[in-house]
Design a binder for this molecule. Sequence first.
Ligand code: ZN
Ligand code: ZN
Ligand code: ZN
Length: 370
Amino acid sequence: MKRKSTKLMALIISVLMLTALLPTVAFAAVDDIQITNVSATIAVPVAGENPAFTVTSDVNSEYIVRVWRWRQNYITPSVDLPPSSTFTAGASYSVWLEFVPQSGYKFFDINSLDVSPMYNQVRENVNVIVNGQSLDLYSFTAGGQTVTVQTTNNGIIICKIAFTAICEHDYSIDETIPPTCTEQGYTTYTCSICGNSYVDEDSYVPALGHEYIDDPDSADYIVPTCTEPGFMPAKCSVCGEPGEGYELAAIGHNWNRGVVTVKPTAHAEGEKLFTCKNCGETYSIVLPKLTVNGLSADAFVEKLNGNKNSLTITITELVSKAGSDKQTEATYTETFSINNNAAGIYEVGPYSVYVDTKGNTQIREIYIVE
Ligand SMILES: [Zn+2]
Ligand SMILES: [Zn+2]
Ligand SMILES: [Zn+2]
């Protein structure tokens, strides 16, 4: 409207001047001042920040450039972003830059690259150059962008550029995972603005490894016996993972001191029985015959009825175990029924003894028959 008003005013003034027969050269010269390039630098929207509505470093006396609107793309219905809104990381936004010639200036044809009109103020033959490159895709994702427009426009130019908001990230520790027996530990950092997270490679802590201990509660536990080996399973004291375990040696018999079940004599071997206190297993050894170191025979007669008497013979051995000095007595005693004045050989234990008696009570002779 302002532009039209200016032209209208210029026309009126020209008519007035013609009417006054004044020269018109000075006015024509002002209208001929032509702008061939306009440029602006606009920053990429940063997540969490407010949209900027001013453009840096390109306001001069020939034209004005300003941000006309920010909008978030792919939102229906689309609404202009208020200055108090903030950009969201990853979202796509469009900015409309408006170039307005100052009074007395107009844009002039330099280039004929066509840009699709986006608004009714945008005329044909607009060439948008961003960072020195002609573009017909108005989309950027990073870095400050210098936008230059070359045009044949004679009025306001509006060009639209699309950006994806970047996040400058504000990372803090989100989660610290301690190491386990088998997994390494690490720390995760997350951006409070966009939620992006990463694992700090310097934070890795090696896995701890298993801490194996004996596991006698395991079903695989085998108690060793006197003769058979056992097995001690292993498990990790932290996570319970089974380990290899190891064999338990057979414990061997635990024999008692032995019990003499058959006492040895000078005439027969004895036997000693040993029993394992653990399992009850037994074995026996032969006790050798005793050594006879001395031998004596004694007898007495008792009178019974009539000419019947009782003869009692005792053989006394002085015996010792082989290799021992300790002597003990072993006796064999037998009683026989005899008549008066009997004489004969009697079997007493392993011995044969000759006894000659006199009357009812006396022993006349006694000796062991070899
Ligand atoms: Zn971020
Ligand atoms: Zn473990
Ligand atoms: Zn045993």
